[in-house]
Design a protein around this ligand. Structure first.
Ligand SMILES: CC(=O)SCCNC(=O)CCNC(=O)[C@H](O)C(C)(C)COP(=O)(O)OP(=O)(O)OC[C@H]1O[C@@H](n2cnc3c(N)ncnc32)[C@H](O)[C@@H]1OP(=O)(O)O
Ligand SMILES: CC(=O)C(=O)O
Length: 539
């Protein structure tokens, strides 16, 4: 069966830039455009030329994309001709092959937000698209508030989109601007619009996630006949975000009825780069990736409970809807108080430890994990600490070093400029192969500011570990999370530390204590021990 073409339109660089707290530089826009292009999207909307210096700079040096690079703007304003509107002029001067203009499709917005008559609005839209058609640009009309407008005044909403279509708009994009329309209404209205004379292969859908149904609404529109889907990477966008392309792309490519009916231009090979693309955007925005993101989240293929892990070991499809590798993700079988021996054996195998199914140590390890989690530990996150605990029970953990004592102080004092500053200092005494090491460290960062007591402890601990020093020198503490949690009957502090080495390996360790410094120190010791185990150090 010949597949129908379904076009993907990305607006990460425009609607995504309307996310609170998101501010792309022109350079970052270039990087994101390259990633989007690599995924195989049909259109990349770069922003609004003329609206701000970043977008103007970006469009002055547009990325070379295979996708149609598109400029966004609004239809001409009342009282100006399309030739004379400087805002529209700046959009057109960007010289892109495709141009998307937003206009109002809801009568209430025309009279309230624009303050013009309904007829004037239709005329502004018609004139703007006739102008684009004369210039030979591929024209897209973002019909703002279309669904709310259609519910309030269907005749007017239809008059607006038909005016744009008749004037030469290639695509009429129906926007659920406020994000409150549910999928069943989207499907019904798209069907009625097609019946009114705008063919589905000229219709697009642009949804927002205010009812957490943006993806479902987009799919409903596709099933009703729309053949362009707009969305953003990781669901960025105004308020609660836009339809998440990171979810939509694999759904359209891998799930029926979409997979067998549509060609979306994304290859299986490009799909394997999806998780990487999602992470790159999060990294750029300094956002913690959502673990529970569909398809690409770290937990999307994490099998925590014993029943699941047991079946997964027999056949992964028992608890996985797709192969994680298809989207560049991977399966993990974390250890936790929900786990049984199947999780344990899978995790040990990943760490290169083979244990016979009838080894009594397995039951001891599971018991120990459950006991420690009841005290506040969290081993499904801190995989390196889990591995150390298991190795200790299996007699596979060498005693590399012993901490005899440690001390940390934080001092607040005035500097030469009479500003209050702090200084953390730590002393750690260790015994390595019979030899004593006394290490002292401050925690000043490159800018001279104090990085705190945990940093001072980490530096002192890793300052000189004698024969192991070369192996631990490149360890960096890259993340530190503190949580007050109920351990047993008392509240305790759980610290999770993420460490990284020069080869880009990253591992997480956990420490728990009523005292935050002790909890941190335990996690630091695990971080060093894990690295020594990983690098094959001998005791
Ligand atoms: C639904 C969406 O997400 S559409 C995209 C929205 N994105 C953005 O707004 C981001 C970029 N925008 C901007 O930088 C600025 O709003 C600019 C440069 C475009 C305009 O700035 P200003 O001229 O200062 O206007 P301001 O932002 O205060 O108000 C928007 C103006 O556009 C008018 N307008 C809104 N929509 C339209 C439209 N479709 N067609 C014509 N005019 C419109 C409004 O009536 C208002 O004009 P008014 O102040 O005379 O009433
Ligand atoms: C155009 C647009 O972003 C919207 O209507 O939501």
């Amino acid at each position: 069966m010949n597949k129908e073409r379904l076009y993907l339109y990305d607006t990460t660089l425009r609607d995504g830039a309307q996310t609170q707290g998101v501010q792309f530089s022109a350079k970052e826009k270039q990087q994101i455009a390259a990633v989007l292009d690599g995924l195989g999207l049909d259109y990349i909307e770069g922003g609004w030329p003329g609206a701000n210096p970043t977008d103007t700079e970006f469009f002055a040096n547009p990325p070379a994309t295979r996708a149609r690079f598109t400029a966004f703007g609004m239809t001409k304003r009342q009282g100006r001709s399309a030739d004379n509107d400087d805002v529209l002029g700046a959009v057109l001067n960007a010289g892109t092959a495709a141009v998307c203009l937003v206009g109002k499709a809801h009568d209430f917005h025309v009279t309230t937000a624009l303050g013009i008559t309904l007829a004037e609005n239709v005329d502004n839209i018609r004139t703007s698209f006739a102008h684009l058609a004369r210039l030979g640009r591929e024209a897209l009309f973002d019909a703002e508030h279309f669904f709310d407008g259609y519910k309030a005044n269907p005749a007017y909403a239809c008059e607006v989109i038909h005016a744009a279509y008749a004037a030469g708009a290639r695509w009429i994009v129906l926007c659920d601007t406020n994000g409150g329309t549910l999928p069943e209404d989207i499907a019904r209205i798209v069907t009625e619009v097609i019946a009114s004379g705008i063919p589905g292969d000229h219709l697009g859908i642009h949804t927002h996630n205010d009812t957490e149904t943006a993806v479902a609404g987009s799919l409903a529109a596709v099933m009703a006949g729309a053949r362009q889907v707009q969305g953003t990477l990781n669901g960025l966008g105004e308020r609660c975000g836009n339809a998440n392309l990171t979810t939509l792309i694999p759904t359209l490519l891998l799930k029926d009825p979409y997979a067998s009916r549509f060609d979306i231009g994304v290859t299986p090979d490009a799909l394997r780069g999806l998780r990487r693309a999602s992470r790159l955007l999060d990294d750029m925005l300094n956002r913690v990736p959502s673990k529970q993101a569909a398809y690409v989240g770290a937990s999307a293929f994490a099998h925590k409970s014993g029943l699941h892990a047991s079946a997964i070991a027999k056949d992964p499809s028992t608890y996985e809807h797709i192969d994680p590798a298809a989207v560049g993700n991977m399966r993990i079988v974390p250890m936790s108080n929900q786990a049984g021996q199947s999780n344990l054996r899978a995790r040990l195998a990943e760490a290169g430890i083979t244990v016979a199914a009838d080894d009594p140590a397995l039951a001891r390890i599971v018991e120990r994990i459950k006991e420690r989690e009841a005290q506040g530990y969290a081993y499904d996150t801190a995989q390196a600490s889990f591995e150390l605990l298991a190795r200790a029970e299996l007699g596979l953990l060498p005693n590399f070093f012993e901490v005899k004592r440690y001390r940390v102080t934080v001092e607040r004092r005035r500097n030469k400029r009479n500003q209050m500053v702090s200084l953390s200092e730590a002393v750690v005494v260790t015994k390595v192969q019979g030899q004593k090491f006394l290490n002292v460290s401050e925690s000043l960062g490159p800018d001279g500011s104090d990085r705190g007591p945990v940093n001072a402890l980490a530096r002192a601990l890793a300052k000189d570990l004698g024969p192991y020093q070369a192996m631990i020198e490149d360890i960096e503490l890259v993340d530190f999370k503190v949580r007050i949690t109920g351990g047993g009957t008392e509240a305790v502090t759980r610290v999770i530390i993420d460490s990284e080495d020069g080869q880009g390996n990253r591992w997480s360790t956990v420490g728990v204590s009523a005292n935050i410094v002790d909890a941190s120190f335990d996690a630091l010791i695990d971080a060093i021990n894990w690295k020594l185990v990983r690098d094959g150090a001998q005791a």
